[in-house]
Design a protein around this ligand. Structure first.
Ligand code: HEM
Length: 456
């Protein structure tokens, strides 16, 4: 249990020989039970019944009832289930469904091209660049492009608040003093709440056609009541974080894997060059390009951005021979499902070509979850990832930085810990040999094969 709490993704590999369901030992007799399940059969059985679950574990730090942390933690849509959850899903669907993203394809393409054009060759923290890029795309959809001068500050406040909620010392030592991790977390929640409050109450923010604030302010919850101010704040914070940070993480690891596999990167760049200038890319051509599709799917299989789908039972039942009760925490381990050798031979290798003939079910491949709680942003996420890779590879050849460590850390997403240095070499520069560019915990999640191209 302790190993799982400290590094869940790293600890998961110890579960592989244990079947496809594990109950973790409890830390004390007062703590709730924790089950981890994986594999298509249990995934399907459990995820089809998620009406009886809430998503859990995003901002879990406990705090005084009247604090900003408590308000953000408890007033958000992931805490809902049943009809309340359905009402919220219906509210955000129009922002992100396939038709909406299709209509805004040209706009998203221009935003990504403009942002990437401003990047300079040389060594950068790619995670930071990826966050700025995906903030622009996600927040434009949620709040309108005219609110753009707020995006960077909002993104930084969200990122800081999330990180503070995931510092173990803050959970173990809840002492509210300046400079303590717990005190930092409470203050970052206040800063985030105040920022959202100021934005929400500005003239024009309540226009439902322009912004999620307006959408929430003019909608009713399933019980017929309007959303409270705290409810709007919580929903805005949660959806905003889920939208950009997941996309940034997915893009980050796709670029990292391409940097580690220059032969595959070259094959992908060739395919993209055939599609023409990135400024004129056609949506159908982009979304059906086979190598690009295979690279995106394979990178989310190998370093799954959300490796564990985390739930709390709101009733009693059983799964995989284990009883669960109200409050039991149940993790669906997408990370382990994506490593089942029967489904994915040589599972720790980055081999996009496997996707040319592979059509897994929704329960065999689930980077966006499955069932009732499947990610509503999946089409945006795929469009964004593919466009960003096309725009990036038209200008740069991402290359690892010799001697730089790349570590990962689980905090709902598998994020790089202390950034991800990458050398954005100009596209026309000659390819370099990778040398000793392999250091850090991320290499526990896969084994690189730098010389193997897509069709090898
Ligand atoms: C590569 C990018 C993304 C990945 C990997 C991802 C992954 C996921 C996963 C695995 C879930 C299900 C969690 C569960 O079952 O507990 C989820 C839910 C969710 N995602 Fe995404 N997501 C991405 C992008 C987005 C975007 C762009 C949005 C923008 C709105 C978004 C909004 C949400 C929301 C609101 C939920 C909760 C759905 C619910 O509980 O009904 N995600 N996401």
């Amino acid at each position: 249990m302790a190993a799982f709490a400290l590094d869940p993704v790293g600890a998961l590999r110890h579960f592989e020989p244990l079947g496809q369901a594990v109950e973790l030992a409890r830390l004390s007799k007062h703590s709730h039970r924790t089950l981890v399940i994986w594999g298509p059969d249990y995934n399907r059985r459990f995820l089809m019944s998620t009406k009886a679950m809430t998503t859990s574990g995003l901002w879990s730090l406990r705090s005084p009832p009247s604090s900003a942390q408590a308000a953000l933690r408890s007033n958000h849509p992931l805490k809902t289930h049943g009809s309340e959850h359905a009402a919220f899903s219906a509210l955000i669907d129009p922002y992100f469904n396939r038709a909406a993203i299709g209509r805004r394809f040209g706009e998203i393409r221009s935003q990504l091209v403009e942002e990437i054009r401003a990047w300079r060759p040389g060594v950068s923290d790619f995670y930071r660049l990826a966050r700025r890029l995906t903030e622009r795309v996600a927040f434009s959809l949620l709040f309108g492009e005219e609110a753009r001068d707020r995006f960077a500050e909002f993104g930084d406040l969200l990122h800081e608040h999330h990180r503070n909620n995931w510092r173990y010392v803050a959970h173990m030592l809840p002492v509210n003093l300046a400079g303590t991790p717990y005190g930092d977390a409470l203050r970052s929640a206040e800063a985030l709440r105040d920022f959202i409050d100021g934005w929400r109450t500005e003239p024009g923010s309540d226009d439902p056609t322009r912004s999620l604030f307006g959408g929430l302010a003019t909608s009713l919850r399933a019980d017929g009541c309007p959303y409270s101010a705290a409810g709007v704040n919580g929903a805005v914070a949660m959806v905003s974080w889920l939208s950009y940070e997941t996309m940034a993480t997915a893009l980050n690891w796709a670029v990292f894997l391409l940097a580690q596999h220059p032969a595959i990167q070259a094959d992908l760049a060739d395919e993209l060059a055939q599609l023409g200038a990135v400024e004129d890319l056609d949506a159908d051509d982009l979304m059906s390009a086979p190598v690009l599709d295979a690279v995106v799917k394979e990178s989310m299989r190998l370093i799954t951005p959300v490796p564990l789908l985390s739930f709390r039972a709101v009733g009693d039942g059983d799964i995989a021979g284990h009883w669960y009760f109200h409050g039991t925490r149940i993790y669906v381990a997408a990370h382990l499902t994506h490593r089942l050798p029967d489904l994915y031979p040589a599972p720790d290798r980055f081999r996009p070509a496997r996707w040319f003939g592979l059509r897994p079910t929704a329960y065999e491949y689930l980077p966006f979850g499955a069932g009732q709680r499947r990610c509503p942003g999946a089409w945006l996420a795929n469009t964004n990832l593919k466009l960003a890779l096309a725009a990036l590879l038209s200008r740069f050849r991402p290359t690892p930085v010799a001697g730089a460590r790349v570590d990962h850390r689980y905090a709902v997403v598998t994020m790089p810990w202390r950034g991800m240095p990458i050398d954005l070499a100009p596209r026309e520069a000659a390819a370099r040999r990778l040398g000793d560019a392999r250091s850090g915990s991320i290499f526990r999640l896969f084994t690189p094969e730098p010389d193997r191209g897509v069709r090898a």
